[in-house]
Structure formats: structure tokens, C-alpha cells
Ligand binder design. Structure first.
Ligand code: AVI
Length: 321
């Protein structure tokens, strides 16, 4: 296999200590909460892959269908010889749907998971020998910097999957605000955003019949036990996901079935029966609502693609000024 991937390591791993402090501060806050980043240990990432294949979870297959059917139009909007920079590139699967149509000169995958990143970018380089492939190990949600001298030519950031929805709107605006200075005027952002729709469709997507999303949510407790030495019984919690129409977001919670005390890193945390640990928000936007948010961060709308049922949107935005 062609191993020609240029690797840039920004050494993003937080120490176990600071992760533990972050975890405790959420568990001790009122209401209790936990960052969704704690979902993604090895098992959590496998379960997320399975979620994407569930019949009720429409975002992945709908976005992929949009990328397939709109590839030529996307190529026209983006233009030739782009440097594509994928934020949170994971398995680099979706970008493959665009490469032949886009013919970018360079691809930079950015991901926090070093081994996974190297593996997937090496496979990409082997499958597309004409493409200059780079891998940057970094936590793009905290700080972002392109590898020096690599993204000068027509950089276009690619942020699929509606991962922007896992930020609050304020965090999303701040995130786009950090991206803005990394792009030259006219630099592009191709971003997938899940749309507001009938709550029954949304709630089914986060309560799949096979119980994969429930297992994904509950796996967080297994991670607390194994990685952070928490003393708790996962079967004393249950999965809950519902649409909060006032906030336009799906909320995921772990609900304590009984009154109980759990112990994490020397601290004891009390749960009343029915009290929840809020584990994730997944914000949904209207096309106009997302354009407005992106506008606040200095991005102007250039093109938009959706599916016939208007479940999901793919925006092409350009940095203004
Ligand atoms: C990664 N992210 C966009 C997913 C979402 O839909 O918010 C995470 C997820 N949580 C439960 N199911 C999927």
C-alpha cells in the first residue's frame, strides 16, 4: 500500500487528569451534564458507526445521497485545484464521494485519533495516487491551525455529518469564528447541517428500534467505570432522547432509575430517582437560521443542496472580506 501521507502532529491529547476534572465539574453541576466527546472511546466509535447504518438514523445516508447526486455542482461551486481540509475526518469516507468530481490538488485530514487518522489517510492515498494527502493530528474543536505552508492554495474546509449541531449555537458561532481567519477571502466551507423537521422523525432517529443509540449513550457509563475508575452500576440508568422544540435540539440524557450515590475520582455524586445526566445536544437548523449564524461569523452563502424531503442540508459558504 502507498504510505505517502505527510503527517503533522499537533499533539492534542489532553492529560487524563484534565479530562477527569472536566468530567467531575459536569457531574457536580446543576443540572448534571457531560461533554459528548466522552462518547467516543473505541466501543463508542464502533457504536456510532452502527448508528449511522440504522434505518431510523437518516442524516448519514441522506447527506451521502446529496454528496453523490450533487458532486458535479459542488465541483463547479468549489472550483478546481482546491486544498480540501476535512475537520474530524474519521474514516475519510464521505470525501471519497467528491474526489473524482472535484479533483482537488491536496487533501488534509484533521482528526484527534492518531492511529485511525493515519490508517484512513494512507488508504485514501493508495486509492487516489494523484492526490497529495496530508494528515494532521489535532483537536479541531479547541484550536485549529493548518500545517504551515500546506493550505495556501484555495483552501476549502469540509465539515460533514452535522457535527456542528453538537455545539450550542454560541459555540458554533465561536467555532466558525476561529475558522474564519484560517481561510483567505473567498476561501470555502462545505458544511452538512441537519434540518428542523417533524419531531417524530427526529425522535425515531435517536431512539432506534435496535437500541443502538441507547447502547451508545449507556456506553458512556462503561467508559466512566473502566477509564476513570467510577463506582457505578450502568443498569441503574436508562437512555432518554427527545426533541426540545423551544431550543430546536434533540437532547440525550441518562436517567437514574433509583436514588443513588456514584463515586468518581474520590468524589461522590448523588442522583435523585429520575434525575438525569445530560449527555448530548444535537441542534437542528432551518436553512435561513444556519445562514444567519454563519453570517455572524463572517461567512456568506454561495450554494445549497438538500434532498427531496428536505431532511438535511449541505451549504457552500465563502469567507467574506
Ligand atoms: C456526531 N453527531 C452529529 C451525531 C448527532 O446526530 O448529533 C451524534 C449522535 N448522537 C446520537 N446519535 C448520533
Amino acid at each position: 500500500m502507498n504510505q505517502l501521507v505527510r503527517f503533522h502532529d499537533q499533539q492534542p491529547q489532553l492529560s487524563d487528569d484534565s479530562l477527569c476534572r472536566e468530567l467531575l465539574s459536569g457531574l457536580c453541576s446543576d443540572p448534571k451534564c457531560c461533554s459528548p466527546k466522552f462518547f467516543y472511546d473505541r466501543r463508542g466509535s464502533e457504536l456510532f458507526d452502527q448508528i449511522c447504518r440504522q434505518p431510523e438514523y437518516y442524516p448519514t445516508r441522506t447527506e451521502e445521497a446529496i454528496l453523490r447526486s450533487a458532486a458535479a455542482d459542488i465541483a463547479e461551486a468549489v472550483g478546481p485545484e482546491a486544498t480540501l481540509i476535512e475537520l474530524g475526518s474519521g474514516a475519510s469516507r464521505k470525501i471519497r464521494l467528491l474526489l473524482e468530481a472535484l479533483r482537488p490538488s491536496r487533501y488534509i485530514g484533521i482528526d484527534i485519533s492518531r492511529d485511525f487518522l493515519l490508517d484512513s489517510t494512507r488508504r485514501l492515498a493508495a486509492d487516489y495516487p494523484w492526490l497529495d494527502v496530508h494528515a494532521t493530528c489535532a483537536d479541531f474543536s479547541r484550536c485549529m491551525a493548518w500545517p504551515v505552508g500546506v493550505a495556501n492554495e484555495h483552501p476549502v474546509a469540509f465539515f460533514p455529518g452535522s457535527s456542528i449541531g453538537n455545539f450550542t449555537p454560541e459555540e458554533a458561532e465561536a467555532f466558525l469564528g476561529r475558522l474564519h481567519p484560517l481561510l483567505p477571502a473567498g476561501g470555502g466551507l462545505l458544511i452538512g447541517v441537519d434540518l428542523i423537521k417533524d419531531p417524530s422523525v427526529l425522535e425515531a432517529a435517536y431512539n432506534d428500534a435496535a437500541g443502538v443509540t441507547a447502547a451508545f449513550n449507556l456506553n458512556l457509563l462503561e467508559r466512566l467505570r473502566h477509564e476513570f475508575g467510577a463506582d457505578l452500576e450502568p443498569q441503574r440508568f436508562s437512555h432518554r432522547a427527545f426533541y426540545n422544540g423551544m431550543e430546536s435540539r434533540i437532547e440525550m440524557h441518562l436517567v437514574s432509575q433509583v436514588e443513588q450515590e456514584i463515586h468518581v475520582a474520590g468524589e461522590s455524586v448523588h442522583f435523585a430517582a429520575g434525575e438525569t445526566l445530560h449527555t448530548e445536544n444535537s441542534y437542528k437548523y432551518s436553512v435561513e437560521g444556519f445562514r444567519e449564524l454563519a453570517g455572524l461569523a463572517g461567512f456568506a452563502p454561495r450554494a445549497l443542496w438538500t434532498d427531496p424531503e428536505r431532511l438535511f442540508s449541505l451549504h457552500y459558504l465563502e469567507r467574506e472580506g
